[in-house]
Design a protein around this ligand. Structure first.
Ligand SMILES: [Zn+2]
Length: 363
């Protein structure tokens, strides 16, 4: 049986189960027409999707039959350079694998509410024109290989008319078409969209796996372990933080801001809200990181301190956990998440931060 033969590994950090699924489907020739890669921001969805695209469009048949890309042929090169005529990559925010803060917050809303909320709210949207372009693209036969591949990152940003248009393609795809969608949460998509895709869950990668990858890239074991912990399992963040010191210094500044607010009396908190609202572009990352901090405070209070992500914050987290009840910390986390949601819906940054800061307990 082919499935018993060990296959060469993909150059991907973690995500063993997802890689195995995609690699097997290519090696065994049982490809779906659409895959939906689901996981938190910066966990590696686009990276996995792009490598899969490379393996699909690789011109080396021996490599392809093992579900890998040879890495040397013109097809592989063009996929890496994103110039392959049979590949289209759509990333609504231009990057995807950037430095958004902690792991995605879980929503207590019903699926439908979460879905329409996110769609209506997001400033970045994938519009129907983009989907029409994809459809025009897919109506042409492949130029070079046997397939045309579309990687649509952040499919949760499809607006309703765009998603409905995409459904037509998912329902009757041309035989050579292969769509790779990524999303943070399958519930933000229509159930009919999800049901037409093979779902591939990508979970946060274990800390030791990330640390090992960072050491292999030349980080010292201590630094590697620290970054891996701080990443909360988001490989993309860890790799970027290892290259770009700004990411870490920004994180430190954001956490200092949080500590300043907690120390300040009400009047000063209002002034801090005004100050931080002057950089609205920083607020999504800031609020995501702060959600992670409150989650850590909850973990500490619950006696699970060894699980915290922000390990350098232990003294402050201990302090918060000692002085505050579980309910108070949970309320602070909820309020922070709600503020992030409101800002996504274009709320006034200063007012939103004022309300948030006044709702937080004292340090
Ligand atoms: Zn190749």
């Amino acid at each position: 049986m082919a499935s018993l033969t060990p296959l060469p590994t993909w150059p991907i950090v973690g995500h063993t189960a997802a890689v195995r699924l995609l690699q097997r489907s290519l090696a065994d020739g049982h490809l779906a027409h659409a895959y939906l890669l689901v996981g938190p921001p910066n966990v590696g969805k686009t990276t996995v999707g792009l490598y899969f695209a490379q393996a699909l469009l690789c011109e080396d048949e021996a490599a392809r039959s093992q579900g890998v890309a040879c890495g040397r042929c013109a097809g592989c090169r063009k996929v890496r350079e994103r110039t392959h005529p049979d590949l289209r990559v759509i990333e609504p925010d231009g990057g995807g694998e950037d430095d958004s803060g902690a792991a995605a917050g879980e929503s207590g809303d019903g699926a439908g509410a979460a879905r329409s909320k996110r769609k209506a709210a997001s400033r970045v949207q994938i519009k129907i024109e983009t989907v029409r372009e994809v459809q025009r693209d897919l109506s042409l036969r492949p130029y070079q290989g046997a397939r045309r591949v579309v990687l649509l990152a952040q499919a949760d940003m499809l607006n309703d008319s765009a998603e409905n248009a995409l459904l037509k393609t998912l329902e009757e795809p041309p035989p050579y078409a292969l769509l790779l969608l990524t999303a943070e949460d399958a519930e933000t998509l229509l159930p009919t969209t999800v049901s037409r895709c093979q779902q591939v869950p990508l979970n946060p990668v274990p800390v030791p796996t990330i640390a090992e990858a960072l050491v292999a890239q030349g980080q010292s074991p201590d630094d590697a372990h620290r970054l891996a912990r701080l990443s909360g399992g988001r490989v993309g963040w860890a790799l970027q933080a290892a290259r770009d010191a700004n990411l870490l210094s920004r994180r430190v500044t954001y956490l200092e801001n949080l500590a300043r607010v907690l120390r300040a009396p009400a009047v000063e908190r209002l002034a801090l809200a005004e100050e931080m609202a002057k950089k609205p572009e920083t607020l999504p990352d800031l609020l995501l990181l702060w959600q992670g901090w409150w989650r850590d405070a909850l973990l500490t209070q619950a006696g699970c301190g060894e699980w915290v992500t922000n390990i350098d914050q232990r003294p402050l987290l201990d302090q918060a956990a000692q002085r505050r009840s579980l309910e108070t910390l949970a309320q602070a986390l909820r309020a922070t998440r709600q503020t992030a949601d409101e800002l996504e819906r274009n709320a006034n940054p200063r007012l939103a931060l004022e309300v948030l800061f006044l709702s937080w307990p004292d340090a």
